[in-house]
Design a binder for this molecule. Structure first.
Ligand code: SAM
Length: 292
């Protein structure tokens, strides 16, 4: 298992997870700052073939890390436009602050659900980008219906996710098992708590083949599909354990601060006991085209 010891130790400054008022900040920004994360998103945008002059819709823009990368791809043409959508008002607020300095292209922020895309945006787009969020969508058929309705003929839909069947390499199972076992034990010992049992359906993840079939059923032609592996170091796992959606998915029903604290402590211990420097994680990348 050589990969366990081969992670490139990446330097990110470890800031305190607090907002200026002193409250804990469980936003995605901590994870989004990592180089491995930027790399998987940059790769998807490259595959999508974005270029200046396009009108691009970004679904689930979060705090704007990918939005900035899209803007860089569109730089240099006055007609370029980005419509960034997220259902979270707080994520959008943060995205607006983060992108306040971006002057090159028109950016519009819209609060709403990806499944309501055609109602939120009337004018058709050259590309719809959906990074690290498609796994949240229960009704993927409705989503695809909306995406197709919102694309110009020849327009592209590109998404990536690290929550699909195949995201965990089999040799990393021992890591996840030990991490979750430790987190549950800490939760019980320290706080006398247990997570709420989840319905299996809520955790159902698609395989790459199921995604491809679904896209084709909605008339989209898959032009590129690939699984890429990123090496996620300890700070990456600590930072994903500070992200509200991940924490609630891992330990449903547990108060956020307690759940985040035990996940962080458990992953630190797991790295130490297993002598790890990084754990690989697979990202599925897909680009599909609406026929002209
Ligand atoms: C993991 S973050 C990804 C942010 C960004 N796309 C990136 O890759 O860095 C997921 C985002 O999806 C948003 N989200 C989840 N379900 C959504 C939905 N149905 N419609 C719109 N946004 C959604 C969340 O609010 C969150 O900001």
């Amino acid at each position: 298992m050589r990969w366990y010891h081969e992670g490139v130790a990446e330097e990110v400054s470890v800031e305190k997870a607090q907002d200026p008022q002193g409250a804990e900040d469980f936003s995605f920004k901590w994870f989004a700052r990592h180089g491995f994360y930027r790399a998987v998103n940059a790769y998807l945008l490259e595959m999508a073939g974005l270029h200046p002059g396009q009108r691009v819709v970004e679904l689930a823009c979060g705090t704007g890390a990918v939005t900035r990368m899209i803007l860089e791809k569109l730089r240099g043409a006055r007609e370029s436009a980005v419509i960034a959508i997220d259902m979270s008002a707080s994520a959008l607020r943060e995205a607006m602050q983060n992108l306040a300095d971006a002057k090159d292209a028109a950016i519009q922020f819209i609060q709403g659900r990806a499944e309501e895309l055609s109602r939120l945006v009337r004018e058709k787009a050259d590309a719809v980008i959906f990074c690290n969020g498609i796994h949240y969508i229960q009704d993927k058929a409705s989503l695809l219906h909306e995406v197709v309705a919102s694309l110009k003929p020849g327009g592209r839909f590109a998404f990536n996710t690290s929550f699909f069947q195949g995201a965990h390499a089999p040799e990393t199972d021992a890591f996840y098992r030990r991490w979750m076992f430790k987190a549950l034990r800490l939760l019980k010992e320290r706080y006398g708590l247990l997570p709420r049992p989840e319905k299996v359906e809520a955790r159902r993840q698609l395989t790459p083949e199921q995604y491809a079939r679904l896209l084709e059923a909605y008339g989209l032609k898959v032009v590129h599909q690939e699984v890429r592996t990123a090496l996620v170091n300890l700070q990456g796992w600590l930072d994903i354990s500070r992200f509200e959606d991940f924490v609630q998915g891992a330990l449903p029903g547990v108060p956020l601060e307690k759940a985040s604290a035990v996940l962080q402590e458990a992953v630190r211990q797991t790295f130490q006991e297993m002598g790890l420097t990084a754990v690989p994680r697979n990202w599925l990348m897909v680009v599909a085209e609406r026929p002209a």
